[in-house]
Design a protein around this ligand. Sequence first.
Ligand code: FMN
Length: 204
Amino acid sequence: MANVKLAIIYYSSTGTNYQLAQWAEEGAKQVGAEVKIVKVPELAPMAAIEGNPAWKAHYEATQDVPEATLGDLEWADAILFSIPTRFGNLPSQMKQFIDTAGGLWAQGKLANKAVSAMVSAGNANGGQEQTVLSLYTTMYHWGAIVVAPGYTDDSAYKGGGNPYGTSVTVDSEGNIVEDAKDAVIHQAKRTVTVAGWIKQGLQE
Ligand SMILES: Cc1cc2nc3c(=O)[nH]c(=O)nc-3n(C[C@H](O)[C@H](O)[C@H](O)COP(=O)(O)O)c2cc1C
């Protein structure tokens, strides 16, 4: 593998997407990637966070996770996003971060990166696919290379079978319903592998 640098960029209120990010890190390291996990800045008022014990607990537990910067986007050969759905769309926190990337886009610095996305929702059909595809719309504007998992590994089937990006459902206790860890690991490995092909091709 051509020394691939992977940025795992996530937003999570109650920990699900942080868990997905950590599984992805495990997978990416198995294929030799240099990995950074970074969270996008929280935008919600403290009153909202403090009004939800699970949100407050996760917010406090992840204070040491570095915040994503434009430098991370520039640094990365590959980017794996992880987000909870918000009414079938991206959380505003992730959208706000992405919307600061216009300068990099204008300089062509977001083109040719291998990108992929994971998602969570509270319901089995709560907008998982639509949320991933909304994010991918922006990736096409970047000229990024979208690396969907498809059904390239059997782990997709036990992980819920979303070919656009691994998606999970969260139950009322905050637990992930699907057996999705292997699907996340495969998606991370595949994203890194394709990024390696792209990087090597660009160097020739
Ligand atoms: C404002 C808001 C909108 C949401 N919209 C949906 C939705 O449309 N469908 C759904 O299944 N879950 C929805 N959810 C549930 C979240 O997607 C769920 O809590 C999240 O995936 C958990 O991920 P996290 O633990 O990383 O925060 C919504 C949650 C919030 C706070």
